[in-house]
Design a binder for this molecule. Sequence first.
Ligand SMILES: Nc1ncnc2c1ncn2[C@@H]1O[C@H](COP(=O)(O)OP(=O)(O)OP(=O)(O)O)[C@@H](O)[C@H]1O
Ligand SMILES: [Mg+2]
Length: 780
Amino acid sequence: MEQDIQHYISQLNDAQRAPTIHKDGALMVIAGAGSGKTRVLTYRIAYLMSQGVDAFNILALTFTNKAAREMKERIARIVGGSEAKNLWMGTFHSIFAKILRFEADKLGYPSNFTIYDTQDSERLIRSIIKEMQLDKDIYKYKQVRSRISSFKNSLITVRAYFNNPELVEADAMAKRPRMGEIYKEYVDRCFKAGAMDFDDLLLRTNELLNRFPDVLAKYQDRFRYILVDEYQDTNHSQYLIVKALADRFQNICVVGDDSQSIYAFRGANINNILNFQQDYDNVAMYRLEQNYRSTKNIVEAANSVIEHNKTRLDKVVWTANEAGPKIKVNRSVTDGEEGRFVASSIFETKMREQVNNGDFAILYRTNAQSRAMEDALRKRDIPYRIYGGLSFYQRKEIKDVLAYLRLVVNPKDEESLKRVINYPARGIGQTTIDKLVVAAKHYGRSMFEVMENISKIDLKINSGTKTKLENFVTMIRSFQIMNEGANAFELTAHITKKTGLVQELKKDGTPEGVARIENIEELLNGIKDFVEGQKEVADATGALAEFLEDVALATDMDNDKGDPDRVALMTIHLAKGLEFPYVYIVGMEEDLFPSGMSMNTRSELEEERRLFYVALTRAEKQAYLTYTQSRYRWGKLVDAEPSRFIEEIDDAYLDYITPVESYRFKPLIDNDIFGEVDKSKLRLQKPKSGRPPVIGNPTPEQIRKLRKIKPESSQSSPASGSLLDENLKPGTLVEHSRFGRGEILRLEGVGGDKKAEIKFQVGGIKKLLLRFAKLEIVKS
Ligand SMILES: Nc1ncnc2c1ncn2[C@@H]1O[C@H](COP(=O)(O)OP(=O)(O)OP(=O)(O)O)[C@@H](O)[C@H]1O
Ligand SMILES: [Mg+2]
C-alpha cells in the first residue's frame, strides 16, 4: 500500500501534495474552481489510511451522496476495497441520519423514525394551515415551510422563537402573526408521527451532541479525522456539528472556495470559511492556484467575471491547459429556438468529435427552463436526464408504494397514513380522516393508534366505516408480520398486489397508467438490488428501514439509474463540484440570470455572480452562453435583454455567433461546424465593446409567426449521396482526419442518414454519419 500511495501522491503538484500529507491538526484549503480541492481531500483520506489511521476513525462530508460514492471508489482503488468500506462518507444528512438511528431513543424518537422529504413537510404544513382556518394566500405553505426551515437551520426552537420578540414581530409585520403557532404545531405533529424532516436531521444532531456529553464524547473519539468538501456552503447547523465533533482532536480538514458560495439563500454562511482560523488552534492554510479542468479561455473568462465581486478573498487561478476555443455566445428569438440551437449544436459536436451524450451539460437558473431544452432534444432523439425536477422517488405511484412501506416500518407516520388510507379507494372519506386527525390531537396519540382503538372511542363514525378502518389496520399489521420473515422485495411485491395498487393502475389503461406500472416494476428492481447487496444482513426488518432511509436521502444527483450516456440537464446549483467537456449555460438574460428576485442588494447580486462563476467553471473544453430576445414569463411574452454577466466577461474570450436571420433560414449545422463555412453568409457579428447588439427586436406578432416556423431540417444535407459514398462498401480502406486508418465493416441507412461502421486501427469500431465524416478512400 505504501508504494501505491506514493505513486498517487506523485501525481499531485507541490501545492496539492502539501495539504494531502499534512500531519495532524486543523487545515484549510481555499482555492478556485477546478484546482483539485476534491482530489486533495480524496488522496488525503487514502494517505491517512496508508499511515495507519483506521478507516473507522475517518469522517468525510460531501455535497452529494454521489460525490461520496465516487470518492470511496477512488480510495478503494488506492488502498483496497475492503478497508474503504469502513469509511464514514456521505452528505451531512445521510451521515447524521445514521447516527440518529442509533441514538433516537435519547431524544424520544423511535429508532425507526420516518424521514419526511420536502413534499411531506409541505403537505403537513398545508393541512395545518387549513385546520387552523388561515388564509392560504397569506400563509403560503411554501413560504411557511422555508421560514420554518430557516428557524431550524439557525437552531431557533419553538421556545426560542416565542422568546425572541424580533422574530415574532417580523412575522406580525409580514401579516403572518400565527407563524409561531404553525411552527409549534408542525414540530409537535412531526414528533408524534415519529418523523424528522431534513432540517431535523441536523437540528436533532445538534441537540443530541449538546444534551448528552457522553454521546458527544463517543463520536468525538470515533471521528478522529474529519474532512469537509465545499465548506463554503455549510449552514450554521452543520457548522456547529462539525465544530463539536472536531473539538477534541482538532484533526479537521476543510476545502472550499468563497467564490463558489451559492447557498446563502438557504442559510449557508460564508463566515464559516472566514472564521475558520479563529475556530481552531494553529490552522494551516493552503492555497492551490493551478486549474486542471478547463481551457485557458474558460479559466480567464471566469476570472474576469468574478473580479466584479467586491467581497471575496484574493485568489489566483491559472492553467497550463491550451487556450481552446472562445466561449460561444448565441442569440435566438424565442426560447424554442434557443432549445433548437442547443440541440443541433450538441448533435453536431457529437458527430464531429465522436463524443458521448454524457459529455454535455445544459445548465439553467430555474427548473422551468428545462422544458424548451427537453422538447428540442427529444425531436433530435438525443437522450437526456433531468436532475432536480421530479426525481424517480417523487413520482406519485412510487410515493404511494413507499408510503405503505413506511407505514409498515413506522405506523405512526401521519403523512404516509393519510396518503394511502383511502388509496386505492376503500370508502374512508375525508370527514372520517378529519375526525381521526382531531382525535389524535385530542388524545395526544398518532392517527394509527386511534384507529387501533376505534371500537373503544366514540367518534361518531358509523359501524361500516369502523370496519373499514379496522380492516386497514389488520392489513398493515399483516404486512408487519410478513416483514419479519420475508425480505423487502417479496414484501413490496406482495403489498403492491394486496393493496390493489397495481390493479388500480391497470384499470386506468392509459399510457400514463402503463408508465406508472413500469415505474413500480423499476422500484421493485431497485429493492431487489438492494436486498441482493444486503444478503449478509440477517435482520430483514432492518433492511427495509435502511432501504427507505436511502430513498429518503437520495438527492436528485444520485438518480443514476438506467442508460448512463445522457445529456445532463440541471440547475446551476446542482452542478456544483461537477465537470463536463461541453457546457451550455442557457437563459443568459437580465431578470432571469441574474434572477430578478435577487437583485435587490449588492450581496444578492454577488451571489448570482458567484453562481455564474460556478456555471462557467464546470466546462472543460467549450462553453456556450445562450440568450433569447423574448421569453414567456408568468404566461406573458416579454422582451428580454442579454445578461450583464455576458458583458462582464472580457471580450477577448467571447465569440458571438449566429444572428437571428441566418439561424432561422439556414440551420447552423450547415455552415458553422463543418468547416465549409461561407463567412459572408453567416454575418458573424461581434460588437466592438459593451453589450452584444440586439438587432431589431421583433414584434410579438412576428414572434408568434416565428414560433410556428420550424427551422429547416438539418438532416437533409447536400453532402449526402456524393460520389464518395457510392464508392464505399464493406472492405473499403478509408482514412479519417482524426481516427486515422480503418476498414468499413458495414453500411446502413439511406441518403443523409447513411452510416458506416468502421473498424479503426486505433480506437476500435465507430459508427459515422457519412454526411459529416470526412473520409478519404485509401483502397477500395
Ligand atoms: N495534479 C493533477 N493532475 C492532473 N489532473 C488533476 C490534478 N489535480 C486535479 N486534477 C483534475 O482536475 C479536475 C478538477 O479537480 P477537482 O474536481 O478536484 O477540483 P475542485 O477544486 O474540487 O473543483 P471545484 O471547485 O469545481 O469543486 C478533476 O478532473 C481532477 O481529476
Ligand atoms: Mg470540488
